[in-house]
Ligand binder design. Structure first.
Ligand code: ZN
Length: 324
């Protein structure tokens, strides 16, 4: 999961705002979402900014969505005109807090398993969102970006993906401002992400076996392979949120008998560097692979190669990337 340095706005769970039980199975995905879609509810621009009013509209929305034949509220999160943030579809909040996976929503066909949907209560075709709503929306988006490793450039309006007026001309015209305010909120914090071998961002072929042998492992287990002159990388994909300087570290169990010259490859977005790591010792802690100037974007940032000498296993466990 991403670092938790960005403060989370208070988010009322479904139980807190009084959601009805879901009327069917809610599907989940283990991959992290890759974007945020902004909506408006096209409901009245109420002037009752109370928490109670926001919760009541959330309950109304759930009933409208049941009437569509949906199993639950369609969106993942809701912001009231008074600036109260609520969980939408059951299960959205715990996964956001874990920074891992999400529930499949019903807010934009084709995007429901990869985009977090945020409904803003009200209609913003000609009206401007209240300041309280806007402030919480910026905080919420920054928190989502931080938790899931989503770049603030990946915030869109519903109409970018579906033929709809949503989220209204005024709110849609404010999306560039939203992206820049979210980027500023993120830049004001340190940023760090850990990709473990069990994370969605990890990939390795079948020659990479799984072990939990060493207690120095990160998480439940790690992957290992025999050296071979083959292109068979274990890769770690992450989203670098902005161009800048990043420290890259690796965690692995260090055991006499593991390889003394394991090639780690760091990809900066403009090139790559190979660092030889002695995995026969100094395990069970973060080992720096160096500091790199990186460009923003989602890509393989680190890979472990089997292309080295000897017969001692090469190990791929966890990596951490920290903005400096
Ligand atoms: Zn919409």
């Amino acid at each position: 999961m991403a670092g938790v340095e960005v403060a989370a706005p208070a988010i009322a769970s479904c139980a807190t705002w009084g959601a009805a039980a879901a009327r069917g199975t809610i599907d989940t995905v283990s991959a992290n979402p890759n974007k945020i879609l902004i909506h408006h509810t096209a409901s009245a621009n109420v002037t009752d900014y109370s928490q109670a009013a926001g919760y009541q509209i959330a309950r109304d929305i759930q009933q409208w969505h049941f009437a569509n034949g949906w199993v639950d509220t369609g969106q993942h999160l809701t912001v009231s005109r008074g600036g109260y943030v609520m969980e939408g579809r059951h299960g959205s909040l715990s996964r956001l807090q874990n920074g891992s996976g999400t529930v499949v929503g019903a807010h934009a066909p084709g995007q429901n398993s990869q985009a977090i949907g945020i409904e803003n209560q009200g209609t913003y075709t000609s009206a401007t969102p209240p300041a309280q709503l806007w402030s919480r929306l910026v905080e919420l988006c920054a928190y989502i970006c931080d938790q899931y490793g989503i770049a603030p450039t990946q915030i869109y309006g519903h109409r970018d993906y579906t033929a709809t007026a949503c989220p209204g001309d005024v709110l849609y015209s404010m999306l560039p401002q939203l992206r820049s305010e979210v980027a500023a909120a993120l830049a004001g914090t340190s940023w760090s992400v850990i990709v473990d071998n069990t994370s969605a961002g990890f990939s390795a072929g079948s020659s990479w076996l799984t072990s939990s042998f060493s207690a120095e492992r990160y998480g439940a287990d790690y992957r290992y392979a025999t050296p071979a002159e083959v292109s068979d990388l274990a890769t770690y994909t992450a989203t670098i949120p902005s161009s800048g300087s990043y420290r890259v570290e690796a965690w692995f169990p260090g055991i006499a008998g593991y390889n003394t010259s394991t090639p780690f490859i760091v990809y900066t977005g403009t090139g790559s560097s190979t660092i030889r790591v002695d995995q026969s010792a100094a395990g069970g802690a973060w080992l720096s692979l160096g500091t790199y100037a990186m460009t923003a974007g989602t890509r393989t940032v680190v890979a472990v190669s089997r292309w080295t000498q000897g017969t001692a296993y090469v190990v791929a466990d966890a990596i951490r990337i920290t903005r400096l």
